[in-house]
Design a protein around this ligand. Structure first.
Ligand SMILES: [Zn+2]
Length: 282
């Protein structure tokens, strides 16, 4: 589990007023008196029901996410995407014991004991379960917001980036990992992709410090190739598509390591799998 967040930094998602602790299991809004509860140490403002997951592959992923380390290992090794986030170093360089840091849309990952995990699903590593469109955290109270592969899964990335801007202190930092060339992947839905220019426009209120490749062109190409092969070899039969896909993935994944070299070329921006943007609130 991540670092718990102080009640003094929380607000009511309905009326935006302050909240107060009633006891160790309950907080309440001082204005509209809405009550919010802890369940297995997770503070629940809102949660998605797992029944919304209709995509079979997504259901399989959700099952694996329960075994966090195994899931991370499988994603790291077998997935078509060679991810170049360098998050461990980034977090080490940008946090200390006083830092208020959020991993927004954390899933079940737990990047550091200095980070508070926020997600719509109540995975066991999650501290605060809420809608990322309406984050129950007070304005200008956070030093760092990390969001990786989250914004393509929300209906309005602009709205969520506005929320990130609102909760950050002046000078606070956002780290966004956003996909560009990737096939459709439900989690539980998938809405959009961005080019580098599109990612910059999304963060136009910020002082942009760095934009770089987060996963390179082989990753972009390989994932699309795997999906294409799965479509071809499953003859349009949806039931076997996912299994063919998994088989193709296991056979072809080593190609992705070409990105160790190709991600260094700026021409790779044309078909890179994902970009990272790091920016500061003005
Ligand atoms: Zn309220």
């Amino acid at each position: 589990m991540g670092k718990s967040i102080g009640v003094e930094l929380l607000i009511c998602p309905f009326c935006k007023s302050k909240v107060q602790a009633e006891n160790s299991q309950k907080i309440s809004c001082i204005s509209c008196h809405s009550e919010f509860y802890y369940e297995n140490n997770i503070l629940l403002f809102k949660k998605f029901n797992n029944e919304v997951i209709t995509d079979e592959l997504d259901r399989l992923k959700t099952l694996f996410k329960k075994w966090n380390n195994l899931y991370d290992f499988l994603i790291k090794v077998l997935s078509p995407v060679f991810i170049q986030m360098n998050l461990k170093k980034f977090i080490k360089d940008h946090t200390n014991d006083e830092t208020i840091a959020i991993n927004l849309g954390s899933g079940n990952s737990n990047l550091s004991e200095k980070i508070t995990n926020v997600d719509i699903f109540p995975y066991e590593n999650v501290n605060v379960c809420c809608d990322v469109n309406n984050i129950p955290i007070a304005e200008a109270s956070v030093d760092l917001v990390i969001n990786t592969a989250v914004l393509e899964h929300v209906t309005s990335p602009e709205n969520v980036v506005d929320e990130i801007y609102r909760i950050l202190k002046t000078g606070g930092i956002v780290y966004t990992y956003f996909p560009f060339i990737q096939p459709y992947h439900a989690s539980p839905y998938d809405y959009s992709r961005r080019t580098i220019e599109g990612l910059k426009i999304l963060h136009k209120r910020f002082d942009i410090k760095e934009v770089r490749i987060g996963a390179g062109p082989t990753s972009g190409f390989l994932w699309v190739l795997q999906e294409w092969l799965a479509i071809l070899l499953s003859f349009g039969i949806k039931r076997i598509h996912h299994y063919v896909y998994l088989l193709v993935m296991v056979v072809t994944f080593p190609l992705k390591y070409l990105d160790l070299i190709l991600s260094r070329f700026s021409t790779s921006n044309n078909i890179s799998s994902a970009f990272i943007l790091i920016a500061r609130k003005k």
